[in-house]
Structure formats: C-alpha cells, structure tokens
Design a protein around this ligand. Structure first.
Ligand SMILES: Cc1cc2nc3c(=O)[nH]c(=O)nc-3n(C[C@H](O)[C@H](O)[C@H](O)COP(=O)(O)OP(=O)(O)OC[C@H]3O[C@@H](n4cnc5c(N)ncnc54)[C@H](O)[C@@H]3O)c2cc1C
Length: 257
C-alpha cells in the first residue's frame, strides 16, 4: 500500500491535512483478556513529536465526508500513545474492550476489527496530560482506559521515582499491565459499572499516603475522576492543583473529546 498522501484539492481539506497523518496497522496483540495493543506504523512520525501522556485521535470516519458532516460525533476516537518508537516510526495504543462484540461505539468496533495492513488516519499526538517530575511522589488512580495512559507516564518518571497506583479492573484475570517495581493496589469491580466507581474510591481510601501531598494523576470515567479528586482534596487535604484529572469517557456521551 502506498503511504504517500494525496494532495488535498480544496482549501479546507488542505488546512485539515496539516493536522493529521496516515499510517497502517502493523501489529495487533491481546495483552489481557479485555486489552488490545494496536501498533500503528507511519513514515510521518518523523515530523511528529510525542511526550508521555499524549494521545492521538483515530479518524474512523472522515469528518469532511457527508457522513461526517451529518454525524460529527461518529468520526474521531481518542487513544493514548502507549509506546512510541521514533526509530521504528511506529506507536502503540492500548484499547480497552469495554463491551461485548456487537456493542459499544465506533472506537470499539474499529479496534475489534483492526487487522495488519489496515490504513489508519490519526490526528496528533496532542494533549497536556503529563508527569510532574519535580513532585516528591506520584499517585496514579484509574481503571483500564487510564492504565493505557499511566504506562508511558510512569516509565518517563524512571525507576527512582516514588510511585503508587490504585488500579481497577473487572476481575483478577483481566488486569491491565503496569510497569513493575512500584506500589500497586489492584481492585476488582466484578459486575459493577466502572462509572461513579465506589470500588476505586474505597480502595484509594485504604491506601497509606505520605504526609506531604505529591502529584496525583487521575483518568477514566468522568464522575469517578471527580470522586477521586474529591477524596484527595477534601479527605486527604491535597491542594486541587496537585490532582490532575482527565475524563476519558462517561455514560451516554460519545467520543468525549
Ligand atoms: C484523552 C483521552 C485518552 C484516552 N485514552 C484511551 C486509551 O488509551 N485506551 C482506551 O481504551 N480508551 C481511551 N480513551 C477512552 C476512549 O476514547 C473512549 O472509551 C471512547 O468513548 C471509546 O469510543 P467508542 O466509539 O467505543 O464509544 P463512544 O461512542 O464514545 O461511547 C458510546 C458509549 O459507550 C460507553 N463507553 C465508552 N467508553 C467506555 C469505557 N471505556 N467503558 C465503559 N463504557 C464506555 C458510554 O456509555 C458511551 O456513551 C481515552 C479518552 C480520552 C478523552
């Protein structure tokens, strides 16, 4: 397949072309029962920069097509870059298969159907979810979708950083990967929803934290993020600015960002 981009003819399409890149699926691997790693290779990575925590928006339907104009919410879906290799001109995303086959949105359908050689158009990398290396210690809290973002952020902090994590998954057979050598509490919600998750907040409440606040990174379902922030600020006394929350999804909303 040719990876050359066709020059855009109309001016609006040319503006959009500055902001997206093309690649193709290079690998697909199940890393946990509900986690799929998809490697996207693109010669255009030479001109793109990346920092741990940034995401891409995968163009599943063209926003400039008639379909995209009529259904703008059914065009782009966001995935954090899990690994980025400038040398291989490739990056990985880790997609949580949150619903059974045939259910869920276009992002889930794209990931389930991904095959080596599929053309992928993506926007980014972009975003401002980033580690604060100057903090005395670091706390990561979230469910499966957040874990995809946490992985590169924890690795960027290096082995000497004091890192704690509270990670939720459906059960013990389906735990998403997290870099080794850190203090990690794993909790399982069973059949309960990941939205407004008391499971996660209750687990956090049981974690011993240093007296001085550090940097907290919280991602996943929007209301769960709010509950975690509320706990850290109101119960543990952390300053709001030390708790970075990034809502990734919430029930009833499609393609949150
Ligand atoms: C900055 C950012 C980074 C992200 N990084 C990742 C990542 O690395 N890996 C990853 O897997 N996801 C990630 N997400 C979340 C992902 O973009 C959403 O889950 C997205 O909604 C999936 O698109 P969809 O088309 O399948 O569902 P949508 O059409 O967007 O949503 C349809 C419905 O499905 C439900 N739903 C959507 N997502 C979930 C979920 N995760 N769990 C349970 N129910 C859900 C909701 O009820 C929603 O109304 C990220 C989101 C953001 C904003």
């Amino acid at each position: 397949m040719s990876m050359q981009r066709t020059p855009a003819r109309n001016p609006l399409a040319r503006v959009f072309a500055e902001h997206f890149a093309e690649g193709e699926v290079a690998e697909v691997e199940r890393v946990a029962p509900s986690m799929l790693r998809i490697r996207i290779a693109s010669p255009e990575l030479d001109r793109l920069s990346w920092e741990p925590g940034r995401h891409v928006r995968v163009q599943i339907n063209d926003p400039l097509s008639l379909y995209g104009i009529v259904r703008p919410k059914e065009t782009l879906r966001t995935y954090t870059v899990w690994e980025f290799s400038a040398e291989d001109r490739a990056f990985d995303v880790l997609v949580h298969l949150y619903a059974p086959e045939g259910e869920g949105g276009i992002g889930l359908a794209w990931a389930r159907a991904a095959e080596v050689g599929d053309r992928v158009v993506f926007w980014g990398p972009r975003g401002d979810f980033a580690v604060r290396p100057e903090a005395g210690h670091h706390l990561f809290v979230g469910e499966e979708t957040a874990t995809a973002a946490f992985w590169p952020m924890v690795r960027a902090l290096g082995g000497g950083a004091e890192v704690r994590a509270v990670l939720e998954s459906a059960d013990g057979r389906d735990e998403p990967p997290f870099p080794e050598g850190h203090s990690v509490v794993r909790v399982h919600r069973g059949g309960a929803p990941a939205a407004s998750s008391r499971t996660l907040v209750d687990a956090l409440a049981g974690v011993d934290l240093p007296d001085a606040p550090g940097a907290a990174y919280v991602a996943g379902e929007a209301r769960t993020c709010q509950m975690v922030r509320h706990h850290l600020v109101s119960v543990r006394g952390w300053p709001r600015e030390d708790v970075r929350t990034v809502p990734f999804w919430t029930p009833g909303k499609r393609g949150l960002h």
